[in-house]
Design a protein around this ligand. Structure first.
Ligand code: MRU
Length: 361
């Protein structure tokens, strides 16, 4: 089996066999294994267990998952079909609460289905197929554009710090925060990337380091508590991170630990950029205080990855999966429509006006 993970799709639709195909991220870097999921329960479980993860990839997987569910619905009338579809949508939507791409993709699928409510069930299914494929294709294009805009912020040879994994493994292709680095590689540029290991689930160590090394990038892994030291050494010229949900004022929710990195970057005068598609921006929320933060099981902190338990039994554990970075710490939010700059209430609203007017990106 080819061990270069960049040659595998993070998420794909196997139409012929009625399956969602994902690269099982809980096995990386030890084992490169593709999973074929056919049941809606399996798709939801894979999202919850982080076998497929990262905001854009979760959205794409949910779109494909809902289409596969639609193929299995046995209903005679459009109304009965749409009711069963709504139930499948709600079921998938409950998998994880923070990344808005999940509900964004599912709502988009439902809207597409409703367009065809006056026709036969077969036409609704076909409309759903086209929509989930469109969500995937757009994700690839959005990530590439984000990469282009992000690359323009960097210089050859820069030291870059990133947190969690916002790379190809978190999207359909290229990634968001890592897209400029992959595109830079295509053009012969070299960056020195420092990847935070990202406790407790180690997305930085297991995924980002693996993904960047597969692309030949100069990669150094550090523990989360080494960020200040590395910045103090003068090794970092920019911080690039992804996002799970951005509020209308620019507050950006991302993997737990991101806000601490932003505070350190401000201290050392290093620009801190958030990269993400507009599908991750939730203009319905005025600020980050309204973003639901997923709480994960205590075992992720006390036991997972250790040969033996590393905390006393019964200890209280606080394990939020995400935190919110204050918009005042963010130098720019890089979207497929360009780089939004402060004040974000204005710049993000401008981007959404262009998007809603149908402007191409
Ligand atoms: O819990 P995860 O691994 O799904 O968290 C992922 C992140 O926080 C990413 O930075 C974010 O989803 C952006 S992915 C392009």
């Amino acid at each position: 089996m080819d061990e270069n993970i960049l040659h595998y799709p993070t998420v794909a639709l196997d139409e012929e066999n009625g399956a969602l195909v994902i690269l099982d991220q809980t096995r990386l870097p030890g084992e490169v294994r593709l999973l074929r999921l056919t049941e809606t329960e399996e798709v939801r479980d894979a999202i919850y267990r982080l076998q497929v993860r990262g905001a854009p990839a979760i959205g794409v997987a949910a779109g494909f998952g809902l289409y596969l569910a639609a193929k299995r619905i046995r209903a005679e009338t459009p109304d009965a079909f749409l009711e069963a579809l709504r139930r499948a949508k709600e079921f998938l939507n409950a998998a994880r609460p923070t990344a808005v791409n999940l509900s964004w993709a599912l709502e988009r699928m439902e809207r597409a289905a409703l367009e065809k409510r006056d026709g036969p069930v077969s036409a609704i299914r076909e409309r759903l197929r086209r929509e989930c494929v469109a969500i995937y294709d757009e994700d690839v294009r959005m990530c590439r554009r984000i990469g282009e805009y992000g690359l323009a912020l960097l210089h050859d040879g820069d030291g870059i710090l990133t947190h969690c994994n916002a790379g190809q493994l978190a999207t359909s292709r290229y990634g968001t925060a890592l897209a400029p680095i992959h595109l830079g590689r295509e053009r012969g540029m070299q960056f020195r990337v420092f990847a935070d290991e990202t406790r407790p689930l180690l997305q930085g160590a297991r995924l980002t380091a693996f993904e960047l090394m597969a692309d030949g990038v100069d990669t150094t892994l550090i523990c989360d508590n080494m960020v200040s030291q590395v910045m103090q050494n003068g090794w970092i010229q920019a911080v690039l991170v992804g996002c799970d949900r951005v509020a209308a004022n620019g507050d950006a929710c991302n993997k737990i630990g991101t806000s601490g990195v932003a505070i350190l970057a401000r201290h050392y005068g290093i620009p801190f950029y958030v990269l993400g598609p507009t599908s991750t921006v939730d203009m319905r929320l005025a600020s980050g205080a309204e973003i639901p933060i997923e709480q994960r099981p205590a075992e992720e902190v006390t036991e997972m990855w250790y040969r033996e338990r590393m905390a006393p039994r019964g200890v209280k554990v606080y394990n939020p999966a995400f935190d919110v970075t204050d918009h005042r710490l963010i130098a720019g939010i890089v979207t497929e429509y360009g780089v939004a700059r402060p004040p974000y209430t204005q710049s993000l609203a401008d981007i959404f006006r262009r998007k809603e007017a149908g402007e191409a990106f």
